[in-house]
Design a protein around this ligand. Sequence first.
Ligand code: COA
Ligand code: ZN
Length: 327
Amino acid sequence: MTTVRSAWQGAGRRIHMQEVGPRDGLQMEAAFVPTADKIALVNQLSAAGLDKIEVSAFVSPAAVPALRDAEVVLREIERHPGIVYAALVPNVRGAERAIESKVDELNLVMSASETHNLANLRMTRAQSFRALAEVVALGRSAGVAVNVSLSCVFGCPMEGEVALDEVFDLVERFDQLGAHGLTLCDTTGMAHPAQVARVVAIARLRWPRQIFTLHFHNTRGMGLANVLAAIDAGADRFDASIGGLGGCPYAPGATGNVCTEEIVHALQCMDFHVAVDLARVMHAAARLPALIGHEVPSQLLKAGPRLQLHPPPADFAAVRERALARA
Ligand code: COA
Ligand code: ZN
């Protein structure tokens, strides 16, 4: 038999899945999810084998009240060896709190768009960069890994296209500062596969030793297509959110992250090596509506995995008999 090979076949290639639901997802929720439920959710995600979990954010409790319990959550979760427990930090104050709470990785955030940065972080990009440079130095001296997430890399809802030169200028400057990883975020789901393929290919060519993560939102239904385009261009790390939770309070119309269980399911179907227990993720996702008080976007949760079989209709035996009698 002829063997047919194509870029669509994973052939066992390792893809790392990083969960951001407890932070990117829960920060948007109107209802406060009780601390014990957050801890249980992170523990379920750890048991499912996600490579990294963004557990919470050490931001101003007035700005994001949903995550005001970051310290307790970090203290009480069960930590599994090999899983990186990260937290978002916007400034030195946040970094100090996160280091005190023994996070494995600080996730710093600023926007590639001037307008979005001002709206979200109340600083110009130049001010943010100076502030984050201090945080990178603090993380490095404390021996804690630092990842930098750049928002709006693929477009800004208020400015439109964001110049790639400006994005790559920030990548270069954080690379020079010694960031351990860089996340290219499509904060409001503006990316499309052709753009993603180009950005990932250039980034990998210019910074071959840097660890890049891609962070997509499914706002316009292009999430999975963007993941596949990024993989085809050489990316192997993705942020995703259980149930497809997520958004950004300062990004009009933003909806959820790509959904962890949908991406894991698709990539496992395609024979990529994704070391995540899909059944456990789905079990945890199924409990979300009760926690947040509304449905989640996950289609996989509604339909089940592709080979989850359903019984034929009740009159199937009679239908078959009639059909066979006509044969
Ligand atoms: N942790 C706890 N409190 C913090 C803090 C942190 N990391 N950073 C600032 N604060 C507190 C300050 O102590 C101050 O409190 P006070 O009013 O009781 O004195 C208040 O927040 C304002 O501080 P200021 O330094 O003036 O910052 P700001 O008002 O310009 O806010 C941010 C800047 C970025 C700290 C704040 O807007 C924030 O945390 N935003 C969250 C953004 C976010 O998470 N977006 C979603 C992710 S994309
Ligand atoms: Zn996001």
